[in-house]
Write a protein that binds this ligand. Structure first.
Ligand code: 5RP
Length: 292
């Protein structure tokens, strides 16, 4: 036996085949370390470099938002159709089974409720707890132009430093305060600042005019929030336009869980994000699944 193991003829070292170095093709991410890339691959499907994130973290400042009163009943059945779940550690531990192995993007900032100044957030999670929860990324609100702009940026840069230490990406969430203008110029400013200061990817709102300038000037992937509930076809059109204009996916909440048929809606959104369906074709999928 020992003879057989050490004999040259029993081994094939493939001397003539060079080792391949595959480029990590997610936008702006090729120079990251293995752990970061592995976690990002648990958010962005490596086949499409896109993601359908299901956002259910609203309760961290809004309390029991419509559709999220009982996450065990309304959200758990949707998980099989999401690439990633964005939630707080409270919901993760209390309501999501640890057998859920897709990426978890953990809400890592918080503090003020809807009754107070929202930009006055602090970091709300220890990096050790994020590691314990095996999260794929940390999400932090950044209030560019907000009253506590510098504090919120500082929350992000501190999380980026902690995340870099352990290979955990940070999602910079461009927050639009109650009185802040939402236009493409603002979104270019906010997303670029997040990326420049170290966010691995950035979440923003879709703007109908010139959104491609936001994605073009941000060196890392952008995902869009869904925003307020729209009629299903309009939400699908928004997702489609965002993807066409360079977004790498959606981080959608209310337009999925407040839909008349959330399971049908999330599957229709997937068709747009991963299969380049037109909004009308995706809407047909929605109608068909809704009718079942
Ligand atoms: C809250 C968030 C939400 O996750 C985000 O707004 C996505 O949800 P929706 O699609 O309902 O807007 O970051 O601050």
């Amino acid at each position: 036996m020992a003879d057989k193991d050490t004999s040259l003829e029993t081994h094939n070292y493939h001397f003539d085949v060079p080792v391949k170095n595959k480029v990590f093709s997610l936008k702006g991410s090729n120079s990251l370390g293995w752990g970061m890339k592995n976690r990002l691959s648990n958010i962005f499907n490596p086949e499409t470099n896109r993601t359908v994130m299901l956002a259910v973290d609203h309760g961290y400042f809004l309390g029991p938002t419509a559709g999220l009163e009982r996450i065990d009943i309304t959200i758990v059945p949707l998980l099989q159709y999401a690439d990633t779940l964005m939630c707080t550690r409270g919901i993760l531990r209390s309501t999501i089974a640890p057998t859920f192995t897709k990426g978890v993007v953990l809400r890592a900032s918080g503090g003020p409720s809807i009754l107070k100044e929202l930009s006055n957030e602090e970091i709300a999670v220890d990096i050790e707890d994020a590691i314990r929860l095996n999260v794929a990324a940390l999400a932090v609100q950044v209030f560019i132009g907000g009253e506590y702009e510098t504090k919120s940026i500082n929350n992000m840069t501190r999380l980026v430093d902690m995340g870099n230490r352990y290979g955990i990406p940070v999602l910079g969430v461009t927050a639009v305060g109650k009185q802040m203008v939402r236009d493409v110029k603002y979104m270019r400013l906010a997303t670029r600042i997040c990326a420049e200061l170290g966010a691995s990817y950035v979440k923003t709102y879709y703007m109908p005019d010139g959104f491609e300038t936001v994605t073009a000037s941000c060196p890392v992937p952008i995902v869009i929030a869904g925003g307020k509930k729209l009629p299903e076809l309009d939400a699908l059109k928004m997702a489609h336009n965002a993807i066409e204009q360079g977004a790498c996916g959606v981080d959608m909440g209310r337009n999925i869980f407040q839909s008349e048929a959330p399971i049908a809606m999330i599957q229709a959104v997937r068709k747009i994000v991963h299969e380049n369906f037109s909004p009308e074709d995706a809407y047909d999928v929605y109608q068909e699944l809704k009718g079942k």
